[in-house]
Unconditional design. Structure first.
Length: 586
């Protein structure tokens, strides 16, 4: 298999032009800075609402819709159609987010001359050339990264290509942005509820909220969510650009909202005209490439207008960014070890995972097991739900992913992370986590150890192991396949499990956000979860289809929901989501 993305072919400069690409600044020097920034963000923000799309032909049509009769434009389309014939079955795209974020950094550092061309053939041609030049640079980097994959097993090697590719593009495209927002909002609300019961956490939350100028945690999240809510009102805002302007807040009450929003984004934005500040930010070692836009997902275009760089990055601040601020504040009251126990064990494991996922059980005939059902010295699943003949064993891990892994540039660090954090041996330091815990729980079941004795002896129950991890890295393609192969090795090493292989289903690995969303659609309806669970298991076993074989649970369910979407379907699941939130916040 060639060392290329399974997802797309990013178009490069050499695909359209004969000469060598120059630095992006060469093409952009005569373009109006504001127009340039908005145009790059428009491409970054592609989603179902945009006239831009991931498809290259649509991108060219948007750029040159008023200039299609020009010979230069017709030549571009001829070359694109030649490429389509050469790469049949491959999605050709101008959109590569790593390249576009670098291009945005370049645009922000351009001189603050407010003159210059915009909305013209010359501007779009220059923008296209700069985009393709940056794409070429990214493809050189991508090929160098992929060339380091040296796995002997062809199937694992292909899975690693998917892993590598998806990490490089994590949260960039193929995501349902509204679903990310829902998960972030629910986690935020649950953290605030936890603060009502745990004084130190409650005090830290109040301090973070008040520091931003808000009266309550609910006002805080309503104002944080304001730009995204307004964006979906198409009568006010253009496609692709999530913009919030003072002109839309004329009344006295509206002015208060505007001031509160400005307060909220004050430490999350970059002033596009403050080039000295931008240079300082971009030179920070930890803020390379798109990382700075995770920390600063808002651009200040003027005192009266702000622009979101990325809806996804901005949404992640609702809970993820807030969590870090609360943790920082907690250091004033509690030692680090206590903080991590409180936020990880007491909150993440017991509330974010157990309280949420157990809400799928709305049938008295479904038996529910947790740590209270087991002996104090015995390994216990974080949650087990049992129907008449199926036992779903859930293991949850709240893990922070280090920068060298999340960066995605080194497949060895990624694979070592999976091995060291989720597949260590009992004899090793920090071992017996993740897969070993699932193995131990399954061995206890088939050995008839309490509380499994009578259930196990009947011999007609099949176990389905499920690993849920806090990090969204575990929602990318390839990870499920790799960890399933590691679990199979563990099963073969266990005499107990070898004798019950037919009674063990395939592993499901997913991230917590996806599990929260699936749970909200399966609220008090475990059959709904089982349908999507077994649908995924069937999907990944499709013969000779690499896209399905290495697919992730997140990708599968998002595509499934998108294909099934109707107004009634949307209303039904919105009602389920609200009912679950109401039940959790009582």
């Amino acid at each position: 298999m060639s060392l290329r993305s399974y997802v797309t072919k990013t178009l490069e400069y050499s695909d359209f032009f004969e000469d060598q690409p120059k630095a992006p600044e060469h093409y952009l020097s005569k373009i109006n800075k504001r127009w340039l920034i908005e145009s790059v963000i428009h491409m970054i923000s592609v989603d179902r609402f945009d006239s831009f799309s991931m498809k290259a032909e649509q991108g060219l049509l948007v750029m040159f819709q008023d200039y299609t009769e020009r010979p230069q434009v017709q030549q571009l389309f001829r070359k694109l159609h030649t490429l389509e014939n050469r790469y049949q079955g491959v999605w050709l795209t101008l959109i590569n987010h790593q390249a576009l974020f670098r291009l945005l950094r370049t645009a922000l550092m351009m001189p603050n001359e407010k003159e210059g061309i915009g909305e013209s053939f010359e501007a779009y041609k220059s923008l296209l050339e700069a985009t393709l030049a940056e794409n070429s640079r990214e493809m050189v980097r991508e090929r160098e990264i992929l060339s380091k994959i040296g796995e002997d097993n062809p199937s694992i090697r292909d899975a690693m290509i998917f892993i590598q590719q998806d990490i490089l593009n994590l949260d960039q495209f193929g995501e349902n942005k509204k679903e990310i927002e829902k998960a972030q909002l629910l986690k935020y609300l649950l953290l605030c509820r936890f603060g009502n019961d745990y004084k130190e956490v409650g005090d830290a939350i109040k301090h973070v909220v008040n520091q931003s100028g808000f009266q309550s945690e609910y006002e805080y999240i309503l104002l944080a969510n304001l730009p995204i809510s307004i964006y979906h009102d198409k009568d006010h805002f253009g496609e692709g650009l999530i913009s919030i302007r003072l002109d839309d807040f004329k009344e006295e009450r509206g002015l208060r909202l505007w001031n509160a929003f400005v307060s909220y984004v004050s430490d999350k934005c970059l002033d596009v005209w403050d080039t000295e500040r931008l240079k300082t930010v971009f030179e920070e070692g930890e803020l390379l490439d798109n990382t700075c836009f995770r920390r600063y997902p808002v651009l200040k275009m003027s005192d009266d207008e702000y622009l979101l760089v990325s809806q996804t990055y901005y949404s992640h601040l609702f809970y993820d960014g807030f969590w870090w601020n609360v943790k920082k504040e907690l250091k004033k009251y509690l030692p680090e070890q206590t903080i991590m126990y409180v936020l990880t064990h007491e909150f993440s494991e017991k509330i974010l995972f157990y309280d949420v996922v157990s809400k799928m059980n709305g049938d008295r005939r479904i038996r529910q097991f947790n740590s209270n059902c087991f002996d104090g010295q015995q390994a216990a699943p974080d949650l087990a739900l049992m129907t008449r003949r199926r036992l779903f064993l859930f293991e949850y891990k709240d893990m922070r992913v280090s920068r060298d892994v999340a960066d995605g540039s080194d497949i060895d660090s990624i694979m070592n992370f999976l091995e060291n954090r989720l597949n260590k041996r009992k004899s090793e330091s920090g071992g017996n986590k993740g897969l070993p815990q699932l193995v131990s729980n399954m061995e206890d079941f088939f050995s008839g150890i309490a509380p499994w004795g009578e259930i196990s002896r009947k011999g007609n129950v099949k176990i389905y192991p499920i690993l849920v991890v806090n990090s969204r890295l575990f929602g990318i393609r390839g990870v499920n396949y790799v960890l399933q192969s590691k679990l199979q090795q563990r099963i073969m090493e266990s005499e107990i499990l070898r004798n019950h292989m037919d009674a063990i289903g395939d592993l499901l690995v997913t991230d917590l956000d996806t599990m929260i969303l699936v749970t909200s659609r399966s609220y008090k309806d475990f059959a709904q979860f089982q349908r999507v669970f077994f649908g995924y298991q069937t999907h990944v076993k499709r013969p000779f289809d690499a896209y399905s074989k290495y697919d992730s649970f997140r990708n599968y369910v998002m595509n499934k929901w998108d294909a099934e979407k109707t107004d009634n379907h949307t209303r039904y699941f919105k009602k389920r989501y609200k009912a679950m939130v109401k039940a959790l916040l009582r």
